[in-house]
Write a protein of this length. Structure first.
Length: 287
């Protein structure tokens, strides 16, 4: 089958998109991505994760040029192993968010279980006191496995002011989704930071205007590719701007209704290789 002559950017989310409900990327999906790279297209991991938290199956792909990380706060030049763009949060913002979360938790009558991680200069930090509590969280699926991989654990995380002032992203995980939604609502209209979500119950903070869609712009400029040749595939709120910006937007079958309404196409879910199914069809690959 003759391959497409045009070169495309294929921006792909990780959790809920490439990763199935067991947190794995299947061989079928990995093979499709590698074939696209081999044919000269640009597969761009577009994730809320940092570089070190990307799945090994993605890191093993040969030929990736760029990645959009931490919801667009870091644009990574994969070939040259350096940061192309970095958009940190305003100084003091992370500390302000954490203080607000504590105020919210103390004001509620019920006991609220939540966890904190923040991303700064390529590292991901969490509180050592949380290590013993991960077994209490079942509602977030592979949450414990995720938190036990690639994180640096510190004593008294909320007192690490120097590190917090370098943060590009702050992530709060609430065991009960309604609490994450309540915290996001508090910050919806803040002038300095934006808040989104990638799994039920979390609140992900970046600097205002930072998102995956804007994170793709310097990649498009570097590669000389217009939006009509950008394919974006995602499933969550933190993928919305990327889907809206791309010429070809694809929502996963497991995405919420409002995500599907944003996209031009809807494919299968992440437990049935939905991303691979769409790409095989679009690029006329033989199964």
């Amino acid at each position: 089958m003759e391959q497409k002559k045009e070169r495309y950017i294929i921006a792909v989310d990780m959790d809920g998109t490439l990763l199935n409900s067991q947190g794995k990327i299947t061989k079928r999906t990995a093979d499709v991505l590698q074939r696209l790279l081999d044919e000269g297209h640009y597969v761009v991991p577009a994730s809320g994760r940092s570089l070190g938290l990307l799945p090994l199956a993605v890191s093993a792909l040969k030929g990736i040029s760029y990645a959009v990380l931490e919801n667009g706060a870091v644009v990574w030049d994969w070939k040259n192993s350096c940061v192309l763009k970095r958009f940190p949060m305003p100084e003091g913002a992370a500390e302000r968010i954490l203080a607000s979360a504590e105020t919210y938790v103390k004001a509620e009558e019920e006991e609220i279980l939540y966890f904190v991680e923040f991303f700064a200069e390529g590292q991901v930090y969490a509180d050592k006191a949380d290590l013993e509590r991960f077994s209490e969280v079942d509602i977030l699926g592979n949450f414990a496995d995720y938190m036990l991989y690639g994180h640096t654990y510190l004593e008294n995380l909320m007192e690490q002011k120097d590190l917090l002032n370098q943060a590009e992203k702050l992530n709060l995980f609430f065991a009960v989704p309604k609490h994450g939604a309540a915290v996001r609502k508090i910050w919806d209209n803040d002038l300095e930071v934006s808040v989104t979500s990638s799994v039920p119950g979390n609140a992900e903070f970046n600097a205002r205007g930072v998102d995956k869609g804007n994170g793709l712009l310097p990649v498009m400029e570097k590669l000389g590719i217009d939006k009509e040749h950008v394919i974006a595939i995602g499933d969550s709120d933190n993928d919305l701007e990327m889907l809206q910006m791309a010429g070809i937007s694809v929502a996963m079958g497991n995405a919420a209704a409002h995500i599907k309404e944003t996209a031009v196409y809807v494919t299968g879910d992440n437990d049935h290789d939905g991303a691979a199914v769409f790409l095989e069809k679009f690029f006329c690959f033989d199964k």
